[in-house]
Design a protein around this ligand. Structure first.
Ligand SMILES: Nc1ncnc2c1ncn2[C@@H]1O[C@H](COP(=O)(O)OP(=O)(O)OP(=O)(O)O)[C@@H](O)[C@H]1O
Ligand SMILES: [Mg+2]
Length: 235
């Protein structure tokens, strides 16, 4: 298409498809990247940016260059997870460290442009991605927190193979607990562990698992969310 319709631009621009996945933790960004790679029938090449970013000047660029050169022969989808480790607002330079971080981001931007493949970046913090970077992206996909209906589908899917007692009210869980997909997955697995010895998972196990998830998230277990099930929480 780029050739036939004369859309190939000059200036060393490659045929890269670059996507940015933005959304809170547990909304499915990493999973979606796996799905994209799976649908294309290629591997997902995950780059942990915290191991790439180096405190010595110039080292980050060298590390990135090695990754791109390696990836170009691989036929894989490049996935930069936790990309906010690298992106700050490039314009707001407050000290020398920031200035070098800007050089690193500029390098990554330029390198992605000449990359001939699919590159996906994921971040929790949309505000940290500056405009110059947005302009260079092919796709910006926002991952929203699931609404009550989607949460019900997530609960049902996560517990589909688990023997549930008759008192389990997943509709209540979906409506009452504002959890992301990843949190629901964690709670479902915890509930299954709690019920494993008895061979069945009841509402007591589900509520206890949600309570543990709330504690991890630093949220209080309050009566207006847990309603009639507040008493099921382990003391
Ligand atoms: N929309 C969804 N549909 C199905 N499962 C989901 C969805 N969202 C999240 N999950 C489940 O939650 C798990 C965690 O999601 P994932 O690791 O992709 O989140 P993330 O957005 O990458 O979070 P983080 O920002 O913390 O890395 C997935 O492995 C999957 O089981
Ligand atoms: Mg992730």
């Amino acid at each position: 298409m780029l050739d036939d319709w004369g859309l190939r631009r000059g200036g060393g621009r490659g045929e890269a498809v670059t996507a940015l996945f933005v959304g809170e933790s547990g909304t499915g960004k990493t999973m979606a990247a796996e799905v994209v790679a799976g649908a294309l029938g290629v591997d997902l090449y995950v780059i942990d940016l915290s191991t790439v970013v180096d405190k010595y000047i110039g080292e980050t660029e060298k590390n990135l260059e090695r990754i791109f050169v390696g990836a170009e022969g691989l036929n894989a989808v490049l996935f930069f997870d936790e990309a906010d480790a690298l992106f700050g607002k490039r314009s707001e330079v407050s000290d020398a460290r920031d200035r070098y971080a800007n050089v690193e981001v500029a390098y990554l931007l330029q390198r992605i442009e000449s990359f001939d493949g699919v590159a996906i970046l994921a971040t929790n913090l949309a505000a940290n991605i500056d405009d110059a970077f947005r302009r260079r992206l092919s796709v910006l996909a926002e991952f929203a927190r699931p609404d009550a209906e989607q949460r019900l589908a997530l609960w049902r899917r996560m517990l589909a193979g688990v023997p549930l007692a008759a008192d389990v009210d997943l509709a209540f869980c979906a409506k009452a607990f504002g959890l992301a997909g990843g949190d629901i997955r964690n709670a479902a697995v915890t509930a299954a562990y709690l019920g494993a010895a008895a061979g069945t998972v009841g509402m007591r196990e589900v509520i206890a698992a949600v309570g543990l998830e709330y504690r991890k998230l630093g949220r209080l277990c309050l009566a207006d969310e847990f309603g009639p099930y507040l008493d099921l929480l382990p003391r």
